[in-house]
Design a protein around this ligand. Structure first.
Ligand code: COA
Length: 165
């Protein structure tokens, strides 16, 4: 069975070979991801086969965000303090190469675990994802992400729940 390593994007990774079937995401990784890292607007993590460490099988990006308390469902609001903004981590992009079907779950699990670790140093109550289309929304809903009522293209997951997983 292939083992994978997840690490920060660096020069050793072949960004141009990556193909997830969505041109916008391919071109983000090939052309913009390193710049985003340099400018500190996103941290980019890549999942690589242990026996082919330059190959990118999947990637995701993380950055800090905040969402309006009032934008969360009422039952979630009740469990949070009355601050207007709730701190969070945004999984802005997440994709796997078409040659690696089935890696989506591993990618998301790795992203969630990294969010939990990061939140121990810089607090964040929610994990937020941008779902670019219905398929992406359905993928995340499968794992328990809930739609933000005021922003249906964004979904959230409670950090407390991620910590328990
Ligand atoms: C979305 C994506 C990451 C899923 O990767 P994957 O390797 O197919 O995911 P997995 O095989 O681990 O799927 C996990 C579960 O989600 C389901 N799933 C996967 N893609 C789905 C989709 N498009 N719609 C609904 N459910 C989906 C699978 O059926 C599976 O459920 P099961 O365990 O009950 O069979 C991948 O298709 C991809 O990279 N797409 C292009 C980029 C993209 O759309 N990213 C979304 C965020 S921007």
């Amino acid at each position: 069975m292939t083992e994978y390593v997840c690490e920060a994007l660096s020069r050793k990774h072949d960004r141009k070979q990556f193909d997830c079937g969505v041109e916008e995401l391919n071109s983000y990784l090939a052309r913009s991801a390193s710049q985003d890292v340099k400018r500190k607007v996103a941290a980019v993590f890549v999942l690589c086969p242990q026996n082919d460490s330059g190959r990118i099988a999947g990637f995701y990006t993380l950055c800090s965000t905040s969402i309006e308390l009032m934008g969360l469902p009422k039952d979630v609001q009740k469990r949070l303090p009355r601050y207007p903004q709730v701190p969070g981590v945004l999984i802005g992009r997440l994709a796997r190469d078409i040659d690696f079907p089935g890696l989506g779950t591993l990618l998301l699990a790795d992203a969630l675990s990294r969010c939990v670790e990061a939140s121990k140093q810089i607090a964040a109550s929610v994990i937020v994802v941008d779902a670019k289309d219905d398929a992406a929304r359905q993928f995340h809903e499968k794992f328990g992400f809930q739609i933000l009522p005021r922003l249906p293209s964004r979904l959230f997951f409670s950090m407390a729940t991620a910590e328990k997983l």
